[in-house]
Design a protein around this ligand. Structure first.
Ligand code: NAG
Ligand code: NAG
Ligand code: NAG
Ligand code: NAG
Ligand code: NAG
Ligand code: NAG
Ligand code: NAG
Ligand code: NAG
Length: 425
Protein backbone atom coordinates (compact mmCIF):
# COMPACT_ATOMS: atom_id res chain seq x y z
CA UNK A 1 0.00 0.00 0.00
CA UNK A 2 1.15 3.48 -0.76
CA UNK A 3 -0.21 6.88 -0.07
CA UNK A 4 -2.05 7.93 -3.14
CA UNK A 5 -0.12 11.00 -4.08
CA UNK A 6 -0.15 9.98 -7.69
CA UNK A 7 -1.52 12.83 -9.63
CA UNK A 8 0.42 15.81 -8.55
CA UNK A 9 2.59 16.47 -11.49
CA UNK A 10 6.13 16.09 -10.36
CA UNK A 11 8.38 19.09 -10.71
CA UNK A 12 10.93 17.01 -12.59
CA UNK A 13 8.61 16.89 -15.56
CA UNK A 14 9.43 20.49 -16.33
CA UNK A 15 13.02 19.97 -17.15
CA UNK A 16 13.62 16.31 -17.64
CA UNK A 17 12.07 13.61 -19.67
CA UNK A 18 13.42 11.05 -17.29
CA UNK A 19 10.93 8.62 -15.84
CA UNK A 20 12.47 9.02 -12.41
CA UNK A 21 9.83 9.34 -9.72
CA UNK A 22 12.11 11.32 -7.45
CA UNK A 23 11.29 15.00 -7.59
CA UNK A 24 14.09 17.47 -7.01
CA UNK A 25 13.98 19.59 -3.90
CA UNK A 26 14.76 22.89 -5.54
CA UNK A 27 13.11 24.49 -8.46
CA UNK A 28 14.59 26.64 -11.20
CA UNK A 29 12.77 29.93 -11.13
CA UNK A 30 13.99 30.68 -14.63
CA UNK A 31 11.16 28.44 -15.78
CA UNK A 32 8.80 31.28 -14.95
CA UNK A 33 9.74 32.82 -18.27
CA UNK A 34 7.90 30.11 -20.14
CA UNK A 35 4.70 30.99 -18.46
CA UNK A 36 4.33 34.70 -18.88
CA UNK A 37 2.64 34.27 -22.25
CA UNK A 38 0.00 31.89 -21.03
CA UNK A 39 -2.00 32.69 -17.96
CA UNK A 40 -4.64 30.26 -16.81
CA UNK A 41 -7.21 31.99 -18.88
CA UNK A 42 -6.45 35.22 -20.66
CA UNK A 43 -8.55 34.91 -23.76
CA UNK A 44 -9.61 37.14 -26.53
CA UNK A 45 -13.07 38.22 -25.49
CA UNK A 46 -14.05 38.42 -29.13
CA UNK A 47 -13.88 34.66 -29.51
CA UNK A 48 -17.14 33.13 -30.58
CA UNK A 49 -19.41 32.00 -27.80
CA UNK A 50 -21.69 29.19 -28.83
CA UNK A 51 -23.18 28.37 -25.48
CA UNK A 52 -24.37 30.23 -22.44
CA UNK A 53 -24.99 27.37 -20.08
CA UNK A 54 -22.84 25.64 -17.58
CA UNK A 55 -22.11 22.02 -18.30
CA UNK A 56 -22.39 19.72 -15.30
CA UNK A 57 -20.62 16.39 -15.72
CA UNK A 58 -20.98 13.62 -13.14
CA UNK A 59 -17.92 11.99 -11.63
CA UNK A 60 -17.74 8.74 -9.74
CA UNK A 61 -15.81 7.94 -6.60
CA UNK A 62 -13.93 4.79 -7.51
CA UNK A 63 -12.54 2.62 -4.71
CA UNK A 64 -13.04 5.56 -2.30
CA UNK A 65 -9.77 7.21 -3.28
CA UNK A 66 -10.15 8.62 -6.78
CA UNK A 67 -12.74 10.43 -8.85
CA UNK A 68 -13.24 9.32 -12.44
CA UNK A 69 -15.14 10.79 -15.36
CA UNK A 70 -16.34 8.72 -18.31
CA UNK A 71 -14.84 10.49 -21.27
CA UNK A 72 -15.49 9.65 -24.92
CA UNK A 73 -12.56 9.78 -27.32
CA UNK A 74 -12.87 9.67 -31.09
CA UNK A 75 -15.92 9.65 -33.39
CA UNK A 76 -17.86 7.55 -32.66
CA UNK A 77 -16.55 7.82 -29.11
CA UNK A 78 -15.02 5.00 -27.16
CA UNK A 79 -15.54 5.70 -23.45
CA UNK A 80 -12.72 5.66 -20.95
CA UNK A 81 -12.72 5.96 -17.20
CA UNK A 82 -10.29 8.84 -16.55
CA UNK A 83 -9.08 10.14 -13.21
CA UNK A 84 -10.03 13.80 -12.82
CA UNK A 85 -6.82 15.60 -11.95
CA UNK A 86 -6.35 19.29 -11.28
CA UNK A 87 -2.72 18.54 -10.42
CA UNK A 88 -1.69 17.80 -13.99
CA UNK A 89 -2.71 19.11 -17.37
CA UNK A 90 -2.13 16.48 -20.04
CA UNK A 91 -4.89 13.99 -20.88
CA UNK A 92 -3.86 10.37 -21.38
CA UNK A 93 -5.86 7.31 -22.36
CA UNK A 94 -4.82 3.71 -22.66
CA UNK A 95 -3.60 2.52 -19.25
CA UNK A 96 -6.56 0.17 -19.01
CA UNK A 97 -8.65 -0.01 -22.15
CA UNK A 98 -6.31 0.61 -25.13
CA UNK A 99 -6.66 3.81 -27.14
CA UNK A 100 -9.10 3.06 -29.97
CA UNK A 101 -8.20 5.28 -32.88
CA UNK A 102 -10.92 6.51 -35.21
CA UNK A 103 -10.91 8.78 -38.25
CA UNK A 104 -10.59 11.80 -35.92
CA UNK A 105 -7.38 10.49 -34.32
CA UNK A 106 -4.43 12.29 -35.88
CA UNK A 107 -0.85 11.65 -34.78
CA UNK A 108 0.96 14.95 -34.22
CA UNK A 109 4.49 13.60 -34.38
CA UNK A 110 5.15 14.67 -30.80
CA UNK A 111 5.48 12.44 -27.75
CA UNK A 112 4.02 13.26 -24.36
CA UNK A 113 5.40 12.28 -20.98
CA UNK A 114 4.33 13.30 -17.51
CA UNK A 115 6.06 12.24 -14.32
CA UNK A 116 3.70 12.34 -11.38
CA UNK A 117 4.63 12.26 -7.75
CA UNK A 118 4.24 8.52 -7.97
CA UNK A 119 4.57 7.05 -11.41
CA UNK A 120 4.43 8.33 -14.97
CA UNK A 121 2.56 8.14 -18.25
CA UNK A 122 4.13 8.47 -21.67
CA UNK A 123 3.35 7.86 -25.32
CA UNK A 124 2.70 9.42 -28.71
CA UNK A 125 0.50 12.49 -28.93
CA UNK A 126 -2.70 12.52 -30.94
CA UNK A 127 -5.17 15.20 -31.75
CA UNK A 128 -8.68 13.83 -31.27
CA UNK A 129 -12.26 14.68 -30.43
CA UNK A 130 -13.20 14.18 -26.80
CA UNK A 131 -16.70 14.08 -25.37
CA UNK A 132 -17.12 15.14 -21.75
CA UNK A 133 -20.88 15.37 -22.15
CA UNK A 134 -23.25 15.78 -25.10
CA UNK A 135 -22.90 19.55 -24.58
CA UNK A 136 -19.15 19.49 -24.31
CA UNK A 137 -17.54 17.87 -27.33
CA UNK A 138 -14.06 19.26 -27.80
CA UNK A 139 -12.25 18.86 -31.11
CA UNK A 140 -8.52 18.90 -31.82
CA UNK A 141 -7.68 18.00 -28.24
CA UNK A 142 -4.17 16.82 -27.51
CA UNK A 143 -4.19 13.43 -25.84
CA UNK A 144 -1.42 11.02 -25.07
CA UNK A 145 -1.69 7.35 -26.01
CA UNK A 146 -0.31 5.89 -22.78
CA UNK A 147 2.08 3.29 -24.15
CA UNK A 148 4.49 3.44 -21.23
CA UNK A 149 3.04 3.84 -17.80
CA UNK A 150 2.93 3.10 -14.15
CA UNK A 151 -0.14 0.94 -14.08
CA UNK A 152 -3.01 1.65 -11.87
CA UNK A 153 -5.86 -0.75 -11.84
CA UNK A 154 -9.40 0.12 -12.73
CA UNK A 155 -8.86 3.31 -14.71
CA UNK A 156 -7.95 4.04 -18.31
CA UNK A 157 -5.97 7.25 -17.90
CA UNK A 158 -6.09 10.83 -16.69
CA UNK A 159 -8.14 13.88 -17.56
CA UNK A 160 -5.65 16.67 -16.83
CA UNK A 161 -7.56 19.78 -15.83
CA UNK A 162 -4.72 21.72 -14.25
CA UNK A 163 -3.34 24.98 -15.64
CA UNK A 164 -1.66 24.93 -19.04
CA UNK A 165 1.54 26.04 -17.28
CA UNK A 166 1.98 22.47 -16.10
CA UNK A 167 2.29 21.20 -19.66
CA UNK A 168 5.65 22.89 -20.19
CA UNK A 169 8.28 20.26 -20.82
CA UNK A 170 5.74 17.47 -21.31
CA UNK A 171 6.11 17.18 -25.07
CA UNK A 172 9.03 16.26 -27.24
CA UNK A 173 10.91 16.70 -29.49
CA UNK A 174 9.60 20.27 -29.20
CA UNK A 175 10.00 20.27 -25.45
CA UNK A 176 9.10 23.82 -24.59
CA UNK A 177 5.73 24.11 -26.29
CA UNK A 178 2.62 24.55 -24.21
CA UNK A 179 -0.02 21.91 -24.88
CA UNK A 180 -3.53 23.40 -24.89
CA UNK A 181 -5.61 21.70 -22.21
CA UNK A 182 -9.19 20.50 -22.28
CA UNK A 183 -10.20 23.76 -20.59
CA UNK A 184 -8.19 25.86 -23.06
CA UNK A 185 -9.83 24.19 -26.03
CA UNK A 186 -13.33 24.26 -24.56
CA UNK A 187 -12.91 28.00 -24.06
CA UNK A 188 -11.29 28.59 -27.44
CA UNK A 189 -14.02 26.62 -29.22
CA UNK A 190 -16.74 28.61 -27.47
CA UNK A 191 -18.08 25.60 -25.58
CA UNK A 192 -17.66 27.40 -22.25
CA UNK A 193 -17.77 31.13 -21.70
CA UNK A 194 -15.29 31.25 -18.89
CA UNK A 195 -12.39 29.04 -17.99
CA UNK A 196 -13.87 28.28 -14.60
CA UNK A 197 -14.51 24.89 -13.10
CA UNK A 198 -16.56 24.04 -10.03
CA UNK A 199 -15.81 20.80 -8.22
CA UNK A 200 -18.36 19.13 -5.97
CA UNK A 201 -17.21 15.93 -4.31
CA UNK A 202 -18.95 14.19 -1.44
CA UNK A 203 -18.01 11.50 1.02
CA UNK A 204 -18.73 8.15 -0.61
CA UNK A 205 -20.55 5.57 1.43
CA UNK A 206 -20.13 2.80 -1.12
CA UNK A 207 -17.49 1.99 -3.67
CA UNK A 208 -18.11 3.24 -7.18
CA UNK A 209 -20.58 5.90 -6.08
CA UNK A 210 -21.48 8.62 -8.61
CA UNK A 211 -21.33 11.29 -5.93
CA UNK A 212 -19.51 14.14 -7.62
CA UNK A 213 -20.30 16.81 -10.17
CA UNK A 214 -17.86 18.94 -12.09
CA UNK A 215 -19.22 22.12 -13.59
CA UNK A 216 -17.41 23.46 -16.63
CA UNK A 217 -17.75 27.12 -17.50
CA UNK A 218 -18.64 28.46 -14.07
CA UNK A 219 -20.00 27.54 -10.69
CA UNK A 220 -23.21 25.77 -9.82
CA UNK A 221 -24.62 27.65 -6.87
CA UNK A 222 -26.87 24.80 -5.82
CA UNK A 223 -23.80 22.83 -4.77
CA UNK A 224 -22.47 25.04 -1.97
CA UNK A 225 -23.70 27.12 0.95
CA UNK A 226 -23.01 30.80 1.64
CA UNK A 227 -20.23 32.81 0.06
CA UNK A 228 -17.24 31.54 -1.80
CA UNK A 229 -13.90 32.55 -0.28
CA UNK A 230 -11.56 33.38 -3.15
CA UNK A 231 -7.80 33.55 -2.80
CA UNK A 232 -5.31 34.40 -5.55
CA UNK A 233 -3.00 31.80 -7.03
CA UNK A 234 0.06 31.88 -4.81
CA UNK A 235 3.24 33.53 -6.03
CA UNK A 236 5.31 30.86 -4.28
CA UNK A 237 6.88 28.15 -6.45
CA UNK A 238 6.32 25.35 -7.18
CA UNK A 239 2.70 25.73 -6.04
CA UNK A 240 2.36 28.74 -8.38
CA UNK A 241 2.59 26.46 -11.41
CA UNK A 242 -0.51 24.55 -10.34
CA UNK A 243 -3.75 25.41 -8.58
CA UNK A 244 -1.67 26.72 -5.70
CA UNK A 245 -2.84 28.89 -2.82
CA UNK A 246 -1.57 30.25 0.47
CA UNK A 247 -2.95 29.03 3.75
CA UNK A 248 -2.35 31.71 6.35
CA UNK A 249 -2.49 29.48 9.39
CA UNK A 250 -3.11 25.91 10.43
CA UNK A 251 -4.00 24.84 13.95
CA UNK A 252 -4.84 21.48 15.43
CA UNK A 253 -6.85 22.21 18.55
CA UNK A 254 -4.59 24.67 20.40
CA UNK A 255 -1.44 23.42 18.68
CA UNK A 256 -0.09 25.67 15.94
CA UNK A 257 1.01 23.68 12.90
CA UNK A 258 2.05 26.83 11.07
CA UNK A 259 1.17 30.49 11.50
CA UNK A 260 2.78 32.21 8.53
CA UNK A 261 1.53 32.27 4.98
CA UNK A 262 2.36 28.88 3.46
CA UNK A 263 1.91 27.67 -0.11
CA UNK A 264 0.57 24.39 -1.44
CA UNK A 265 -2.06 23.15 -3.85
CA UNK A 266 -5.68 22.12 -4.06
CA UNK A 267 -5.69 18.82 -5.95
CA UNK A 268 -8.52 16.56 -7.03
CA UNK A 269 -5.96 13.88 -7.94
CA UNK A 270 -4.60 13.41 -4.42
CA UNK A 271 -6.62 11.30 -2.01
CA UNK A 272 -5.43 12.52 1.35
CA UNK A 273 -4.58 15.82 2.91
CA UNK A 274 -0.82 16.06 3.04
CA UNK A 275 1.43 18.33 5.07
CA UNK A 276 5.17 18.97 4.81
CA UNK A 277 6.99 16.54 7.11
CA UNK A 278 7.78 19.07 9.85
CA UNK A 279 4.15 20.23 9.92
CA UNK A 280 2.98 16.64 9.96
CA UNK A 281 5.37 15.84 12.83
CA UNK A 282 3.81 18.64 14.90
CA UNK A 283 0.34 17.28 14.16
CA UNK A 284 1.37 13.71 14.98
CA UNK A 285 3.02 14.78 18.24
CA UNK A 286 -0.25 16.35 19.33
CA UNK A 287 -2.04 12.99 19.07
CA UNK A 288 -0.68 10.79 21.87
CA UNK A 289 0.56 7.40 20.74
CA UNK A 290 0.06 8.06 17.05
CA UNK A 291 2.78 6.93 14.69
CA UNK A 292 3.63 6.70 11.04
CA UNK A 293 3.71 3.03 10.16
CA UNK A 294 6.24 1.68 7.70
CA UNK A 295 6.23 4.90 5.68
CA UNK A 296 2.74 4.28 4.41
CA UNK A 297 0.04 4.71 6.98
CA UNK A 298 -0.67 6.97 9.92
CA UNK A 299 -1.92 4.98 12.91
CA UNK A 300 -3.96 6.58 15.68
CA UNK A 301 -4.54 4.62 18.91
CA UNK A 302 -8.24 4.31 19.63
CA UNK A 303 -7.59 5.64 23.14
CA UNK A 304 -6.55 8.98 21.61
CA UNK A 305 -9.61 9.54 19.46
CA UNK A 306 -11.85 10.94 22.17
CA UNK A 307 -9.39 13.77 22.78
CA UNK A 308 -8.71 14.61 19.16
CA UNK A 309 -9.28 18.18 18.05
CA UNK A 310 -10.39 19.90 14.86
CA UNK A 311 -7.71 20.69 12.29
CA UNK A 312 -8.35 24.24 11.10
CA UNK A 313 -6.99 25.88 7.98
CA UNK A 314 -7.39 29.63 7.61
CA UNK A 315 -7.68 30.50 3.92
CA UNK A 316 -8.42 34.10 3.07
CA UNK A 317 -10.24 35.15 6.19
CA UNK A 318 -12.30 31.97 6.46
CA UNK A 319 -11.64 28.95 8.63
CA UNK A 320 -12.00 25.59 6.89
CA UNK A 321 -12.18 22.87 9.49
CA UNK A 322 -11.54 19.18 9.19
CA UNK A 323 -13.36 17.84 12.21
CA UNK A 324 -12.20 14.71 14.02
CA UNK A 325 -14.27 12.39 11.85
CA UNK A 326 -12.74 13.93 8.73
CA UNK A 327 -9.27 13.12 10.08
CA UNK A 328 -10.07 9.42 10.51
CA UNK A 329 -10.31 6.56 8.07
CA UNK A 330 -13.35 4.37 8.72
CA UNK A 331 -12.16 1.29 10.59
CA UNK A 332 -14.76 -0.80 8.82
CA UNK A 333 -12.94 -0.07 5.54
CA UNK A 334 -9.54 -1.32 6.73
CA UNK A 335 -9.84 -4.71 5.12
CA UNK A 336 -11.23 -3.21 1.92
CA UNK A 337 -7.94 -1.35 1.57
CA UNK A 338 -5.72 -4.20 2.63
CA UNK A 339 -4.93 -2.56 5.96
CA UNK A 340 -4.73 -4.34 9.25
CA UNK A 341 -8.31 -4.84 10.44
CA UNK A 342 -9.39 -2.91 13.48
CA UNK A 343 -6.57 -0.38 13.30
CA UNK A 344 -7.50 3.29 13.18
CA UNK A 345 -5.72 5.10 10.35
CA UNK A 346 -5.70 8.82 9.65
CA UNK A 347 -6.48 10.90 6.57
CA UNK A 348 -3.64 13.37 7.14
CA UNK A 349 -0.24 12.33 5.83
CA UNK A 350 3.29 13.65 5.33
CA UNK A 351 4.56 14.91 1.97
CA UNK A 352 8.00 13.35 2.21
CA UNK A 353 9.93 16.61 2.41
CA UNK A 354 10.31 19.49 4.83
CA UNK A 355 8.44 22.76 4.44
CA UNK A 356 10.12 25.17 2.04
CA UNK A 357 11.40 22.33 -0.13
CA UNK A 358 8.46 21.98 -2.48
CA UNK A 359 4.73 22.05 -1.91
CA UNK A 360 4.02 22.62 1.78
CA UNK A 361 0.56 21.05 1.70
CA UNK A 362 -1.91 19.36 -0.60
CA UNK A 363 -5.61 19.72 0.04
CA UNK A 364 -6.80 16.52 -1.63
CA UNK A 365 -10.04 14.61 -1.86
CA UNK A 366 -10.58 14.27 1.89
CA UNK A 367 -10.76 18.06 2.05
CA UNK A 368 -12.68 18.47 -1.21
CA UNK A 369 -15.34 16.01 -0.08
CA UNK A 370 -16.41 18.51 2.57
CA UNK A 371 -15.82 21.82 0.74
CA UNK A 372 -16.79 23.04 -2.73
CA UNK A 373 -13.87 24.22 -4.86
CA UNK A 374 -13.73 26.69 -7.73
CA UNK A 375 -10.76 26.67 -10.09
CA UNK A 376 -11.02 30.08 -11.71
CA UNK A 377 -8.67 30.48 -14.66
CA UNK A 378 -10.21 33.80 -15.69
CA UNK A 379 -9.13 35.50 -12.50
CA UNK A 380 -6.25 33.23 -11.46
CA UNK A 381 -7.80 32.31 -8.15
CA UNK A 382 -9.21 29.40 -6.23
CA UNK A 383 -12.50 29.58 -4.38
CA UNK A 384 -13.67 27.42 -1.50
CA UNK A 385 -17.10 27.22 0.09
CA UNK A 386 -19.04 25.25 2.66
CA UNK A 387 -21.37 22.47 1.55
CA UNK A 388 -23.97 20.11 2.97
CA UNK A 389 -21.05 17.87 3.86
CA UNK A 390 -19.10 20.48 5.79
CA UNK A 391 -18.83 19.23 9.37
CA UNK A 392 -20.92 21.03 11.96
CA UNK A 393 -19.09 23.08 14.55
CA UNK A 394 -17.79 20.76 17.26
CA UNK A 395 -19.83 22.47 19.98
CA UNK A 396 -22.98 22.24 17.88
CA UNK A 397 -23.41 18.51 17.71
CA UNK A 398 -20.24 16.74 18.73
CA UNK A 399 -17.19 16.09 16.63
CA UNK A 400 -17.97 12.44 16.14
CA UNK A 401 -21.52 12.84 14.95
CA UNK A 402 -20.53 11.99 11.42
CA UNK A 403 -20.14 8.29 10.98
CA UNK A 404 -16.64 7.20 10.28
CA UNK A 405 -17.94 5.50 7.19
CA UNK A 406 -18.09 8.78 5.38
CA UNK A 407 -14.43 9.51 5.60
CA UNK A 408 -12.31 7.59 3.34
CA UNK A 409 -8.93 6.17 2.91
CA UNK A 410 -6.33 7.26 0.50
CA UNK A 411 -4.34 4.17 -0.05
CA UNK A 412 -3.72 2.35 -3.24
CA UNK A 413 -1.78 -0.67 -4.15
CA UNK A 414 0.14 0.20 -7.23
CA UNK A 415 1.80 -2.29 -9.44
CA UNK A 416 4.56 -0.76 -11.41
CA UNK A 417 4.61 -2.20 -14.84
CA UNK A 418 6.86 -0.32 -17.16
CA UNK A 419 6.49 -1.28 -20.75
CA UNK A 420 9.18 -0.70 -23.27
CA UNK A 421 8.91 2.60 -24.94
CA UNK A 422 8.88 1.46 -28.54
CA UNK A 423 8.38 4.70 -30.29
CA UNK A 424 11.35 6.57 -28.88
CA UNK A 425 14.64 5.91 -30.54
C1 NAG B 1 -13.41 1.19 -31.46
O1 NAG B 1 -14.17 2.13 -32.21
C2 NAG B 1 -15.01 1.55 -33.18
C3 NAG B 1 -15.69 2.68 -33.92
O2 NAG B 1 -14.76 3.38 -34.69
C4 NAG B 1 -16.00 0.64 -32.54
O3 NAG B 1 -16.79 0.02 -33.54
C5 NAG B 1 -15.31 -0.40 -31.72
O4 NAG B 1 -16.24 -1.18 -31.00
C6 NAG B 1 -14.36 0.27 -30.72
N1 NAG B 1 -13.59 -0.75 -30.02
C7 NAG B 1 -13.59 -0.85 -28.70
C8 NAG B 1 -12.72 -1.91 -28.13
O5 NAG B 1 -14.24 -0.11 -28.00
C1 NAG C 1 8.71 21.58 -33.74
O1 NAG C 1 8.84 22.98 -33.88
C2 NAG C 1 9.31 23.37 -35.13
C3 NAG C 1 9.53 24.87 -35.09
O2 NAG C 1 8.37 25.53 -34.64
C4 NAG C 1 8.34 22.96 -36.22
O3 NAG C 1 8.82 23.32 -37.49
C5 NAG C 1 8.15 21.44 -36.16
O4 NAG C 1 7.16 21.06 -37.09
C6 NAG C 1 7.75 21.02 -34.77
N1 NAG C 1 7.70 19.58 -34.71
C7 NAG C 1 6.61 18.92 -34.27
C8 NAG C 1 6.74 17.44 -34.25
O5 NAG C 1 5.60 19.48 -33.89
C1 NAG D 1 -5.10 21.99 -33.22
O1 NAG D 1 -4.40 22.32 -32.02
C2 NAG D 1 -3.04 22.66 -32.21
C3 NAG D 1 -2.45 22.90 -30.84
O2 NAG D 1 -2.60 21.78 -30.05
C4 NAG D 1 -2.92 23.87 -33.10
O3 NAG D 1 -1.55 24.13 -33.33
C5 NAG D 1 -3.64 23.61 -34.40
O4 NAG D 1 -3.63 24.78 -35.15
C6 NAG D 1 -5.07 23.17 -34.17
N1 NAG D 1 -5.69 22.80 -35.42
C7 NAG D 1 -6.88 23.21 -35.77
C8 NAG D 1 -7.39 22.73 -37.09
O5 NAG D 1 -7.56 23.95 -35.04
C1 NAG E 1 -26.55 22.38 -10.65
O1 NAG E 1 -26.47 21.01 -10.35
C2 NAG E 1 -27.74 20.38 -10.24
C3 NAG E 1 -27.49 18.95 -9.85
O2 NAG E 1 -27.10 18.91 -8.52
C4 NAG E 1 -28.48 20.47 -11.55
O3 NAG E 1 -29.75 19.89 -11.41
C5 NAG E 1 -28.62 21.91 -11.94
O4 NAG E 1 -29.19 22.01 -13.24
C6 NAG E 1 -27.28 22.60 -11.97
N1 NAG E 1 -27.43 24.02 -12.19
C7 NAG E 1 -26.87 24.65 -13.20
C8 NAG E 1 -27.12 26.12 -13.26
O5 NAG E 1 -26.16 24.10 -14.03
C1 NAG F 1 -21.60 37.21 1.63
O1 NAG F 1 -21.13 38.27 0.83
C2 NAG F 1 -21.98 39.41 0.85
C3 NAG F 1 -21.46 40.41 -0.15
O2 NAG F 1 -20.08 40.58 -0.02
C4 NAG F 1 -22.03 39.97 2.27
O3 NAG F 1 -22.90 41.07 2.32
C5 NAG F 1 -22.54 38.89 3.20
O4 NAG F 1 -22.48 39.34 4.53
C6 NAG F 1 -21.69 37.65 3.08
N1 NAG F 1 -22.30 36.59 3.88
C7 NAG F 1 -21.60 35.85 4.72
C8 NAG F 1 -22.36 34.79 5.43
O5 NAG F 1 -20.42 36.02 4.92
C1 NAG G 1 1.68 33.93 -0.29
O1 NAG G 1 2.66 33.72 0.70
C2 NAG G 1 3.94 34.18 0.37
C3 NAG G 1 4.86 33.88 1.52
O2 NAG G 1 4.84 32.51 1.78
C4 NAG G 1 3.91 35.68 0.10
O3 NAG G 1 5.17 36.10 -0.39
C5 NAG G 1 2.84 35.99 -0.94
O4 NAG G 1 2.73 37.40 -1.10
C6 NAG G 1 1.52 35.43 -0.49
N1 NAG G 1 0.42 35.76 -1.41
C7 NAG G 1 0.37 35.35 -2.67
C8 NAG G 1 -0.83 35.74 -3.44
O5 NAG G 1 1.23 34.66 -3.18
C1 NAG H 1 6.73 -2.56 5.08
O1 NAG H 1 6.47 -2.35 3.70
C2 NAG H 1 7.17 -3.23 2.85
C3 NAG H 1 6.94 -2.79 1.44
O2 NAG H 1 5.57 -2.55 1.21
C4 NAG H 1 6.73 -4.67 3.12
O3 NAG H 1 7.43 -5.54 2.29
C5 NAG H 1 6.99 -5.00 4.58
O4 NAG H 1 6.48 -6.26 4.86
C6 NAG H 1 6.34 -3.98 5.48
N1 NAG H 1 6.74 -4.23 6.86
C7 NAG H 1 5.87 -4.30 7.85
C8 NAG H 1 6.44 -4.52 9.21
O5 NAG H 1 4.66 -4.14 7.70
C1 NAG I 1 -11.46 25.40 14.74
O1 NAG I 1 -12.66 25.46 14.01
C2 NAG I 1 -13.79 25.10 14.77
C3 NAG I 1 -14.98 25.04 13.84
O2 NAG I 1 -15.04 26.20 13.06
C4 NAG I 1 -13.97 26.11 15.90
O3 NAG I 1 -15.06 25.73 16.69
C5 NAG I 1 -12.70 26.14 16.74
O4 NAG I 1 -12.81 27.16 17.71
C6 NAG I 1 -11.50 26.41 15.89
N1 NAG I 1 -10.30 26.30 16.69
C7 NAG I 1 -9.42 27.28 16.78
C8 NAG I 1 -8.25 27.03 17.65
O5 NAG I 1 -9.56 28.32 16.19
Amino acid sequence: MLFLFILIVSQIAFFSRSASATPPLSFPLTKVDFRTAASRGSYDTASTLKRQDLTNVPVTNLNYFQYVMYVGVGVPPTYYSLVVDTGSSITFVGTGKPYNRTSTSIATGQNLEVTYDLGYLAGPEYSDTITLSPDLVITNQSIGDAVTYTDWPGVDGVLGIGPVDLTVGSSSPNITSLVPTVMDNAREQGLIQQQIMGVSFAPASTDNEPNGLITFGGINSSLFIGNITYVPITSTYPAAFSWGINITSCVYGETTIFSTSTAGIVDTGTSLVALADDFFATYMAAIPGSYYDNQTTFVIPSSSIANMQPLNFTIGSTVFTMDVAAQLIPVDQDSAWGDDPGVQYGTIGPLGHLSGQGLDFILGQKFLEIYYAVFDGENNRVGLAYTNHTPPLPEASGALSNTFGFYLLALLSMITQAYTLQFLS
